[in-house]
Design a protein around this ligand. Structure first.
Ligand code: NAG
Ligand code: NAG
Length: 369
């Protein structure tokens, strides 16, 4: 019996079919889209497009970035989302406000983070024009409409559903709100013990909204040990000990965050929200910087005053020659090298660091699904 494909007509039909499929093919999502929300720890340049004082667009920011120029990242080089993209073999996400984020670049994902924001709408008001978290989520919705025009609604839904999300919030609700000035509005309204559950309950609403928008894998970082950053050492520390009140805030906030994420996962019936214990990761650096190859965890590389912790990192600040030797790049933000160690823990950390599982385990599970 002659096979169907020995007929020239069948070949012609097959070629025509393949040609038609290829011609109507829309751009495909290659790999996984990545979306980033939050504050200066993960902003990679949105604030450059805004009229705000919360910006990192002057040297020496970016001194170790591939271009050696400032980009808006609060780092000497790469920040946490950049390194996650790098480690997962993805292109880095671009700031959502960047005019270069268009067309097929949208398939990579987008970064909506804005330095200065917090969980609460009234956090960071001194920075005036920043993208508050609910607005970041509205922009995510707008992003999905833009992507739909490119690849259709169904493919967009799928891309968002299968995406990875990173969200980093909370530090500013203490540093740039509750403790910003003595007798702040929030500190008069709430004791710390009552403020933390309030902030956590507001965070829960943010994450519920994020879930409604489609993503099913969300890495949520806690705060670092807020009292140990060079800025707080400069203000509150005589002997290099971490500032007590902010340590208390972080000690209350982080476990309650994990508890809230567990609750959310129970409510949605799957492990959507993954807690990254950035507090413990930083405490490891602080308790033994040498073990990680750092010279100090107290003094910022770029800054002035005690611990280089006063004011901002500017072209006139002290600048350390070897950024890799410092946990802190500026008075608040980790160096690229510290960020790399944090991302390594996010990828492969044990249950102490990543709850209920690390990112490698997530990637393995999702690739099997
Ligand atoms: C913050 O603002 C959003 C809208 O932008 C609103 O939905 C939300 O209720 C506000 N949160 C608080 C605590 O006022
Ligand atoms: C990463 O998570 C997986 C799954 O929970 C676990 O088996 C693995 O041991 C973790 N990696 C490390 C280094 O603990």
């Amino acid at each position: 019996m002659a096979s169907l494909f020995s007929s020239p007509i069948a070949w012609l039909l097959l070629s025509l079919t393949l040609f038609t499929i290829a011609a109507t093919m829309v751009p495909q999502v290659e790999g996984r889209a990545f979306f980033v929300f939050g504050d200066s720890l993960v902003d990679n340049g949105n604030n450059n497009y805004l009229l705000t004082s919360a910006r990192a667009d002057a040297p020496p920011y970016g001194i170790d970035y591939p271009t050696h120029r400032p980009t808006g990242r609060f780092s000497n080089g790469l920040n946490i989302p950049d390194i996650i993209s790098e480690q997962l073999g993805m292109e880095p996400t671009q700031p959502y406000l960047s005019p270069f984020l268009k067309g097929e670049k949208l398939l990579v994902g987008a970064n909506f983070a804005s330095a200065g924001v917090g969980i609460l709408n009234d956090t960071g008001i001194q920075f005036v024009n920043i993208i508050r978290i609910f607005q970041q989520l509205n922009l995510f919705k707008q992003y999905q409409q833009r992507l739909s025009k490119l690849i259709g609604e169904e493919e967009t839904k799928r891309a968002v559903h299968e995406s990875l999300v990173l969200i980093t919030l909370g530090g500013n609700d203490f540093v740039n709100n509750y403790y910003l000035v003595p007798y702040s509005v929030r500190s008069q309204q709430y004791s710390l013990e009552d403020y933390v559950p309030f902030v956590i309950s507001e965070y829960k609403k943010v994450l519920q909204r994020l879930y409604e928008l489609g993503p099913r894998r969300v890495l949520v970082t806690g705060t670092g040990p807020l009292g140990c950053v060079p800025a707080e050492l400069a203000l509150h520390s005589r002997n290099g000990e971490c500032a007590g009140e902010l340590m208390r805030a972080a000690a209350l906030f982080n476990p309650q965050l994990v508890q809230m994420l567990d609750e959310l996962n129970q409510e949605v019936g799957e492990n959507v929200f993954i807690a990254a214990n950035t507090n413990q990761m930083h405490l490891d650096f602080i308790s033994n910087p040498q073990q990680f190859g750092f010279v100090t965890s107290k003094i910022a590389c770029c800054g002035q005053g005690p611990y280089n912790g006063l004011g901002l990192c500017t072209p006139l600040s002290n600048l350390c020659p070897n950024r890799n030797a410092y946990v802190f790049w500026d008075p608040f933000h980790p160096s690229e090298r510290a960020n790399r160690i944090i991302v390594q823990q996010i990828l492969t950390g044990s249950e102490t660091y990543m709850h209920p599982m690390n990112l490698s385990a997530i990637m393995a599970m999702d690739s099997r699904a």
